[in-house]
Design a protein around this ligand. Structure first.
Ligand code: SF4
Ligand code: SF4
Ligand SMILES: [Zn+2]
Length: 496
């Protein structure tokens, strides 16, 4: 008589995903096994697939309860085929576009093996196209936290500064950032000075300080460029955040050291770590095991162990605005004695959540005065339990006095610059790819690509399935082999 065996994967929910091979929409079953979360799915043509989604089921389940209300905006497309094929944004979408992204060129001076774009080195965005993108953003009515210009390599765009100025002309946009590999920031000090003058933010790619690992990730040893670029950014005090992409087993042992480096430098305002998403020209060709790849919860655990508890897992919460699987966040206070302390060590979680609502970059408004008072009251009431309570109190009072001087007023720009001296943000961004793709997550995306054809497409959706529909790339009929197929590097555009 046959005996029933227990299935080790315990089913708890269904979502919508895609076939990693042909990208048709298929259901994805969410399951748990040995404290980890997996998605399994099946395509009629290409068979069954299973991949890890989160390495910590406890964190994952707790995070699902921390959802935020949807912030609506005007949509650009209709609902026809169903999510995720109608991007976007279609009327089913459940958040606004607070971190819009615009690809301003497909020229790049690197050819990274992990590249998630598809660079053919033949496009620079015109001023007219930029105005069109900004019109789309304005017409959507979305609130914007920070607009990110990417590529390719955005510093390769000959009119980068002019494009940033066009963005800042729009009242909706408080900050403009560029995501850069930094090579031209090392070579062109004048460009760094101009970026400082125009008020640009820089997301500075720094994945590893080990030349050998860097070559695996970026195809090149970059130590000298990076040191010079960081020196230039520090000289002109450009608002800079470190942006690290992590591959499990390669550079995941450097997360703590790079976070501590960020905390040690005044001009570095934040640290963003992202899991490797196996999409795009490079990423899709990298060999990896979808069952053991690194996930967002691994990043959080690594930070705790590698900083010896300076920043712990319990200091993070899911970013309230996008889907809770997308981003985990902690804000760290720089204290008057030069040490650092995550805000959640001296703030009630509900107060903390409401204080950082919708903000990828801290910018205090009038309600934060009351929040700071609540924090001060909390520390007084819990003096015996709060670590370094007196230093925390002294710092909070100083911050309060500078931000909201009695009898005086501060402008928004002044408040941002004050808060940046006291607060560093740490984000763990869990980008999706063909294997981990979950449309329930995507429909709460708050970071969308603006395409000059009128659409705003959630970033993970753009990278995984919609890039090929972008009219700007239609002339690229031939598949771009990039790295890894025939071992040949494409001829690079040489920039000096
Ligand atoms: S991700 Fe959003 S915009 Fe795209 S199809 Fe789904 S609901 Fe619509
Ligand atoms: S880009 Fe991807 S990971 Fe980031 S918020 Fe959007 S759906 Fe989530
Ligand atoms: Zn298929």
């Amino acid at each position: 008589m046959p005996t029933n065996k227990a299935n080790p994967y315990i089913y708890f929910g269904m979502t919508v995903s895609i076939c990693p091979t042909c990208h048709v929409t298929i259901p994805g079953a969410l399951t748990e096994r040995d404290g980890k979360i997996y998605m399994s799915k099946s395509c009629a043509t290409h068979g069954r697939f299973r991949s890890i989604v989160a390495s910590d089921a406890e964190w994952y389940h707790a995070a699902q309860k921390q959802t935020s209300p949807s912030l609506m905006m005007k949509w650009q497309t209709k609902t026809e085929k169903g999510c995720p094929q109608d991007c976007g944004a279609c009327p089913e979408h459940e958040q606004n576009n607070s971190v819009p992204v615009i690809e301003i060129t497909n020229i790049c001076n690197l050819d990274c093996p992990i590249c998630f774009a598809d660079n053919h080195h033949d496009y620079v965005m015109s001023d007219e196209e930029m105005e069109k993108c900004l019109d789309i953003l304005d017409e959507s009515g979305t609130d914007v936290d920070i607009l990110v210009l990417t590529g390719g390599e955005p510093t390769a765009h000959p009119r980068l500064i002019e494009l940033i100025k066009l963005c800042y002309k729009r009242k909706r946009i408080p900050r403009v950032a560029i995501a850069t590999n930094g090579i031209l920031l090392a070579k062109r000090e004048k460009l760094v000075q101009e970026l400082a003058e125009v008020g640009a933010y820089v997301l500075f790619q720094l994945d590893s300080t080990d030349p050998a690992k860097n070559t695996v990730l970026r195809g090149k040893e970059m130590t000298n460029y990076r040191e010079q670029a960081l020196a230039n950014l520090e000289k002109y005090n450009v608002h800079t955040s470190i942006l690290m992409t992590v591959i499990g087993g390669l550079n995941d042992d450097e997360i703590g050291a790079l976070l501590e480096f960020t905390l040690s430098k005044k001009f570095l305002r934040g640290f963003e770590v992202q899991t490797m998403a196996y999409t795009g020209t490079g990423g899709r060709q990298m060999k990896f095991d979808p069952m053991t790849r690194i996930t967002g919860t691994d990043l959080i655990r690594n930070i705790e162990t590698q900083t010896n508890g300076l920043v712990k897992m319990s200091d993070f919460i899911p970013m309230p605005h996008p889907h809770p699987n997308c981003v985990a966040i902690t804000y760290v206070m720089t204290m008057v004695d030069g040490t650092h302390m995550p805000f959640l060590r001296f703030t009630e979680p509900a107060v903390y959540r409401s204080a950082i609502m919708n903000q990828f970059v801290a910018h205090p408004d009038d309600r934060h005065e009351a929040v700071l008072h609540q924090m001060i009251d909390y520390v007084y009431a819990n003096k015996d339990h709060v670590e370094k309570a007196q230093v925390v109190l002294d710092t909070l009072k100083m911050l309060l006095g500078e931000l909201y001087p009695p009898g005086g007023e501060t402008t928004r720009a002044q408040r941002i610059s004050i808060v940046e001296r006291y607060v560093k943000n740490v984000f763990l961004h869990n980008y999706m790819d063909d294997h981990s793709f979950d449309a329930a997550v995507l429909r709460k995306c708050t970071s969308m690509q603006i395409i000059p054809d009128g659409r705003m497409i959630p970033n993970c959706g753009y990278r995984v399935i919609h890039r090929k529909t972008d009219p700007r790339w239609q002339k690229h009929k031939k598949f771009n082999p990039g790295h890894g197929v025939d071992g040949l590097r494409r001829q690079l555009v040489v920039l000096d």
